[in-house]
Ligand binder design. Structure first.
Ligand SMILES: NC(=O)c1ccc[n+]([C@@H]2O[C@H](COP(=O)([O-])OP(=O)(O)OC[C@H]3O[C@@H](n4cnc5c(N)ncnc54)[C@H](OP(=O)(O)O)[C@@H]3O)[C@@H](O)[C@H]2O)c1
Length: 241
């Protein structure tokens, strides 16, 4: 299987890539920090994967087309794409600094939409696009205002893309992790709701294998979020979570 991983240094993406490497998959990894990318690639090679890398800032639109062409030429074909890049930032900065809010939207929404639009034109029937969204996109909360909005936008785009590509036989999988213990959440206090990147990575591989439409990781977040969505607004606006 030939897989393109965007945001490959993410802890969650690395965990999924480890499973694919153990299966002997061919992986084309893209991330912006070259040194960390090399370390990730070495680890995946040691686990049995065939690995190619490109260090690139995925927010640089001007490089998107060439990047995807390179990946296609190098891999021959793309069976699956995992799009995982994202930023969270602290709530104070995110929601009070318009420039940072824009960076969150660019990283988590507009650059992914652009990349997936270009990929949609290039993928063959049978391929799968899996993108990491979040439960944070399901209902706007003060603690994750702009981040949640970026993931809500991504959810909506992925749903539309799934409908559009269905007839061409290309699967679109929306991945919705809950809380995961990764560098992104390093500054946050941990509790029993946190999952490990390894568990979420295994869930991603399973969701791609099964060609799921929407996968909550772990699965029980589906029911928690159903409850959160059902709360009346007059009550929800007073909550502090
Ligand atoms: N952790 C959670 O609780 C959680 C929950 C739900 C969803 N998610 C989502 O899961 C995905 C992976 O996050 P994670 O938890 O694994 O955190 P992470 O380890 O911090 O990964 C985020 C990755 O995004 C990359 N990135 C950010 N901006 C980029 C850019 N412009 N170009 C290329 N790469 C860029 C980062 O690269 P650098 O190291 O170079 O900055 C980093 O590798 C994200 O989309 C996140 O929103 C996370």
């Amino acid at each position: 299987m030939k897989i393109l991983v965007l945001g490959a240094t993410s802890a969650i993406a690395q965990a999924a890539a480890r499973v694919w490497a153990q299966r002997g998959c061919e992986l084309f990894l893209v991330a912006r920090n070259g040194a960390r990318l090399s370390a990730v690639a070495d680890d995946l090679r040691a686990r049995g994967g065939r690995v190619l890398t490109v260090a690139q800032d995925l927010n640089d639109d001007s490089l998107h087309e060439a990047l995807l062409e390179n990946a296609l030429v190098a891999l021959g074909t793309i069976d699956a794409v995992l799009l995982a890049q994202g930023i969270l930032g602290d709530a104070l900065k995110r929601d009070n600094d318009p420039a940072f809010a824009e960076l969150v939207l660019r990283t988590n929404l507009t650059a992914p939409v652009r990349l997936l639009t270009l990929l949609a034109q290039r993928l063959k029937p049978g391929a799968c696009i899996a993108a990491v969204s979040s439960i944070a996109g399901e209902r706007g909360r003060a603690k994750v205002g702009v981040y949640g909005a970026s993931k809500a936008g991504l959810d909506s785009f992925l749903s539309a893309l799934r409908q559009r590509l269905r007839e061409r036989g290309v699967q679109v999988t929306t991945l919705k992790p809950g809380l995961v213990d990764t560098p992104m959440t390093a500054a946050l206090p941990k509790n029993a709701l946190y999952a490990s990147p390894a568990a979420v990575g295994r869930g991603i591989v399973r969701a791609v294998d099964r060609r799921c439409d929407v996968a909550y990781l772990p699965w029980w977040w589906r029911w928690v979020m159903r409850l959160v969505r059902a709360l009346p607004e007059a009550f929800f606006k007073r909550m502090k979570f």
